[in-house]
Design a binder for this molecule. Structure first.
Ligand code: GTB
Length: 213
């Protein structure tokens, strides 16, 4: 069955791989599933055809046969459940990997988004300069905790899993802030994720679209 995902017609990041279709592409590459991409403009995202797929008018979405999904956590989870390679066989290890997926999107990503939004969207607000250090410290607290848990391990819980895929994807958003470099084991963790051939293919595929002139 053909898998089709949606992505920005042109990502505002110019191909840095930060838009969330990259994590879905990465999951599909890890499990060796070919996929098609339907590019959507910001305008089309808010129109009925796309809203029927994504109630919040965003990318990415995932379609396969009569199944349509939105939310990258749910999409990556579905891919990982359907194919070998992203979740361990052992039931407890599988549950822990899923826990890390939720931790990535529910616990680590929100403060990172708070900081990113303040830097990108609220720069001109009178309160931003005062608020930025508070938001950065919120991110630092989470990174400190995550760094302690990861310690010297390569991945969060044994072999690479969908939990790592989601966590690395979330942490990548921090690169331009410099915060990741304050935690060398997390910087190496992210670099390990980026070095995976499946990530490289996913990154190259989104770059090919976003670097067109
Ligand atoms: N919780 C949802 C999920 O995980 O799927 C969030 C989806 C989401 O935020 N989608 C964004 C979107 O469609 C694109 S990825 N935004 C358009 C809109 O809401 O109107 C977020 C994103 C956008 C741009 C950059 N960037 O330029 O660096 C990075 C990340």
């Amino acid at each position: 069955m053909t898998i089709t995902i949606t992505a920005f017609e042109r990502s505002p990041d110019g191909g840095k791989g930060l838009a969330r279709d990259t994590r879905v592409r990465w999951a599909l590459e890890e499990v060796g599933q070919p996929y098609e991409v339907r590019l959507v403009s910001f305008k089309a995202m808010k129109e009925p055809a796309h809203l029927a797929l994504h109630p919040f008018g965003q990318i990415p979405t995932y379609e396969s046969g009569d199944l349509a999904l939105f939310e990258t956590g749910a999409i990556v989870f579905h891919i990982a459940q359907d194919h070998e390679g992203l979740l361990p066989e052992d039931a407890n290890a599988r549950a822990r990997a899923i826990t890390w997926m939720f931790a990535a999107v529910n616990t680590v990503e929100p403060p990172i988004l708070g900081l990113a939004n303040a830097r990108l969207l609220e720069r001109d607000k009178p309160w931003t300069n005062e608020r930025l250090p508070i938001l950065a410290d919120r991110v630092r607290d989470r990174l400190d905790q995550l760094s302690t848990r990861l310690g010297g391990a390569d991945w969060l819980d044994g072999a690479f899993s969908a939990g790592d895929l989601m966590m690395v994807s979330v942490l990548l958003r921090l690169r331009s802030s410099g915060l990741l470099d304050e935690f060398p084991n997390l910087a190496s963790y992210v670099a390990r994720g980026e070095a995976r051939p499946a990530y490289q293919r996913a990154f190259a595929a989104q770059l090919a679209i976003n670097s067109r002139s």
